[in-house]
Design a protein around this ligand. Structure first.
Ligand code: BMA
Length: 338
């Protein structure tokens, strides 16, 4: 039993390894990382930045797959243990709400969130420039593309896993048309997933250097007795380019644009070969987190160097203690963000 309670489901088969006795950080890597290799399926060069949820006693994922023409699309995969994956051979074939084929020109960085009995995918899609795409499925065979929630340019859309004050709530990161050199996290709410409003500022890039250029939400928030636990990415610009690390914060349960605590130190940064070396070096990019409410175990899926999917672990007690002990939330972070 954990001290901090996770409000969620039991997941006794969550992928898991205990923390190595000589490791001092709050988040530790799976010893057999990465869990995907190069050229994982015909026509696909790399799979990374992808999202996973429990499904039918095992796991299902929506994967960012960079095809051999360089264009990213979304592919479905299934796994018994959350580690060894079988990917569908064909990319997701979306239909619109009339049932007609609807194929985005490109799709990347999916997040997958179950709300009530429906699974939602939020990803970066093309709409006269990058913005958030939204689709739903119940069976991972039929995918209905819904209206884009926001205008361009936007990325890193993450839905909360339940309605808050009877509204759907989405985190997002307004961007520009390229490799955006800025970015704060905002929040918007909707009664119906069509009309979005009541926009709030959640948090800015940080004063700490690892997150000094921009930030973006990562995994769907996990509800705990301390608030919503959010894993996100923070970026620093170095003389060799961007470096992406993983950070964590806790948002207020009823007013999640209020940051209660935010770690001033990263919780994972590129150190292993598969994070430092690849198509884009020095990238750790979280997109999903599984949790087991019974034990407080958490498994985080992250993209490594835009080339692989990797896994890391923590517990709710360990990560919440770390965030609080290293809290550097600003007054602006702690405000409602109007
Ligand atoms: C961001 C996104 C991510 C990518 C990262 C590093 O802008 O495009 O998909 O992992 O850059 O290349």
């Amino acid at each position: 039993m954990s001290r901090v309670k996770i409000y969620g489901e039991s997941l006794p088969n969550i992928p898991w390894q205990d923390k190595p006795s000589d490791f001092t950080g709050p988040v530790w890597r799976y010893s057999k990382n990465p869990i995907t290799g190069r050229n994982p399926i015909p026509g696909v060069a790399r799979i990374f930045n992808s999202a996973v949820v429990p499904y039918n006693g095992g796991f299902v994922g929506v994967f960012r797959a960079e095809q051999t023409d360089g264009i990213p699309h979304l592919y479905v995969g299934f796994s018994k243990d959350g580690i060894v994956w079988e990917f569908e051979k064909e990319k997701i074939q979306f239909v619109n709400e009339k049932g007609e084929p609807f194929m985005p020109r490109y799709s990347y960085d999916p997040r997958l969130i179950k709300i009530e009995d429906t699974y939602y995918i939020v990803w970066c899609t093309d709409f006269y420039g990058p913005t958030l795409g939204l689709a739903k499925t119940k069976d991972f065979k039929h995918f209905v593309r819904l209206e884009n929630p926001f205008m361009p340019f936007n990325r890193n859309g993450v839905l909360f896993p339940r309605k808050i004050n009877n509204k759907f709530v989405m985190l997002s990161r307004p961007s520009d048309n390229g490799h955006t050199p800025f970015g704060d996290v905002f929040l918007s709410e909707s009664p119906d997933l069509i009309y979005w409003g009541k926009h709030r500022h959640v948090m800015s890039k940080g004063g700490q250097w690892w997150q000094s250029l921009k930030i973006g939400s990562g995994a769907a928030p996990i509800e705990t007795s301390e608030g919503w636990l959010l894993f996100y990415h923070g970026v620093v610009l170095t003389c060799s380019g961007y470096v992406y690390s993983m950070g964590a914060c806790i948002l207020d349960t009823d007013n999640p644009s209020i940051v209660k605590y935010r770690s001033g130190s990263y919780i994972l940064t590129p150190e292993e070969w598969y994070e430092e070396r690849g198509f884009v070096p020095n990238v750790v990019f979280p997109c999903a987190a599984l949790c087991d409410a019974d034990t407080g175990r958490i498994a985080i899926y992250y993209g490594a160097a835009d080339s692989y999917v990797a896994l890391a672990f923590t517990t709710v007690d360990e990560i919440i203690d770390f965030i609080k002990a290293n809290d550097e939330a600003t007054n602006d972070d702690r405000s409602i963000g109007i």
